[in-house]
Write a protein that binds this ligand. Structure first.
Ligand code: ADP
Ligand code: MG
Length: 249
């Protein structure tokens, strides 16, 4: 079997009296959506922050593409292709959809234009930016400022930008929070598309979405892994049902 994209071994993180991460080991494999579920305060976000480097673990090891990254700064990890997607809205609202995309593809291409006029003259960058908009169904809206988009459309634009970044792994912390059912449905399809490009570590409370998407599910409680398995094994796990599924809204 191929090596995992992310391999976490015996991670521990304490905040005063709270053990937010406890002897936690987990892998994210090529091609999978690995969902991370658990009650509020279980330590899901704390884990993501240790992977991105915004929090330093007390003990343990994190490897990314076979390289130990535990001591690396967040920017260095991001350059390797590891960054949280939709952490805060990354859109520039007064820029057009196309210009938002151009910013990303231009940064990735390594070219350094100081002005949009120059970027817009680069046919290759323009073609790339348009193709990402097309992929998420926003091709017809390319000229509109991001501020003119609906909430759902903004999410689509953020997905286009996440795809354009071409990360080696997607880390998503509750991407469906605050979405209406139509938005959730659309995002489920987009996440399947994203999985084609890179594996996804997905924190999500919407259990229907998790069951529809996940190849594997890991359940956290009090910072510990209490179960890992495929959808059926988690759905039928009595321990999981009492710790989490029974109280899920
Ligand atoms: P989840 O994302 O699963 O809801 P978190 O990772 O946000 O949980 O939090 C796990 C535990 O760690 C909680 O008890 C929370 O209060 C605590 N915690 C998280 N971040 C901090 C922090 N920066 N300082 C102190 N305690 C924190
Ligand atoms: Mg959280």
């Amino acid at each position: 079997m191929a090596n995992p994209v992310i391999q976490i071994t015996n991670l521990n993180k304490r905040f005063g009296a709270i053990q937010a991460t406890q002897e936690l080991s987990l892998t994210l494999n090529f091609g999978e959506i690995h969902a991370l579920i658990g009650p509020n305060g279980a330590g899901k976000s704390t884990l993501i922050k240790q992977i991105t480097g915004y929090l330093q673990p007390d003990e343990g090891d994190i490897q990314f593409l076979g390289q130990t990254i535990t001591q690396m700064a967040p920017a260095q990890r991001a350059r390797m292709g590891l960054a949280q997607t939709f952490q805060v809205s990354s859109l520039i609202l007064e820029y057009s959809c196309l210009d938002n995309l151009l910013l990303v593809v231009q940064a990735r291409s390594g070219s350094s234009y100081s002005f949009f006029t120059a970027v817009r003259d680069d046919q290759d960058l323009m073609t790339q930016a348009h193709s990402y908009l097309e992929q998420v169904g926003l091709a017809q809206r390319h000229h509109l400022p991001a501020s003119a988009l609906s909430h759902g459309e903004r999410r689509q634009l953020e997905i286009a930008m996440a795809l354009a970044l071409k990360p080696k792994a997607f880390l998503l912390d509750e991407p469906m929070a605050g979405m209406d059912p139509a938005g959730v449905k659309h995002l489920i399809e987009s996440l399947k598309q994203m999985r084609e490009q890179a594996p996804i570590l997905l924190i999500e409370h919407d259990m229907a979405a998790v069951f529809a998407l996940a190849d594997r599910i890991t359940v956290l409680d009090y910072g510990r892994v209490i179960a890992t398995g495929d959808v059926d094994s988690i759905r039928n796990n009595k321990h999981v049902q009492s710790a989490y599924l029974g109280v899920a809204s």
